[in-house]
Unconditional design. Sequence first.
Length: 351
Amino acid sequence: MIDDYLPYQHPSAWKGGAMSGTTEWIVKLDDEDNEILHQAVIRARLQGLGIPHMRAPDLALGSLGEKLKRIQSEVMIGRGFVLVEGFDIDRYALEDAALAYWGIGMHLGCGAAQNAQGDLLGHVTNLGVDYRSDARARGYQTRLNLPFHNDAMDIVGLMCVHPARRGGLSRIVSSVTIYNEVLRLRPDLMPVAWADFDIDRRGEAPEGKRGYYSGPLFSRIDGRLFGRYNREYIESAQRFSEVPRLTAAQIELMDLIDSLCNDPELHLSMELKRGDLQFICNYTTLHSRTEYEDGPDAASRRYLLRLWLDSGVLAKLPPSYEERYSDMREWQRHPRPPIFEPSAVQAELAH
């Protein structure tokens, strides 16, 4: 185990202060890319293909497909994140824009269910709930500031349909850099980071499973470092009487991680504009969002579409991930087509 407590030198160990001065993490789609994608969407519609059953072979993208392979490699093997600009979202109705986004995503990985209803396309928008007081609610269903965390599966993707009127900046930070900084500043806390924390399932436990699962904040498999962190869910797991109370060392570690994540020299902020696509590796990158204000009507509400993707790139994951990922396999037994009516999404809030 002592060998695990070593700095991790890798392209994913970046710092926001340096990244903010470059555009190397931005990929632009050009007119040819957009035309290839548009024709692919037309063919898919003519063949009756749609979400969630359409797969990459159903949507041949030619040279754009090669560009997407490079994006997948950068996200999973390299830096750990990419922002894609230039998607011509205005030429599509919402359902067709979602299909184009799904097609791009399927060239990065296979879609994974994001909730117990079997949704493979998530809706990130304000439903007027509060994840801090409602165990059914999720942070992405609010306009509140979201602390740094990661999601499930290899890649999380976001497509901006409508930005907020004010606020809602996307912020990301390298969990690899956070690990290296904790090791540098407080090596005495490393054994705590490699020990199990209990994490709330937030009402989505399949039948026969506990309401929480367990796992360390950092793991190594085949020399690769994996990070997992969601303080809100760690703290809400304390609602279960059988879960051990958080120790002073665990709280101290999470306070340090939060402080590092919020260091402007370490994290990178970006504004997602209409049509922008962001893809990040959950194992090397944490993400957050600042609080935001919506416009006066539904058409101007901040609205993003989300994908969770299994890239198929990694041969092994930490054994502790299996308990949570088995939940998603259970959810995915009954995948359902996407819902685009906000009132219907809100009706499904209870998980």
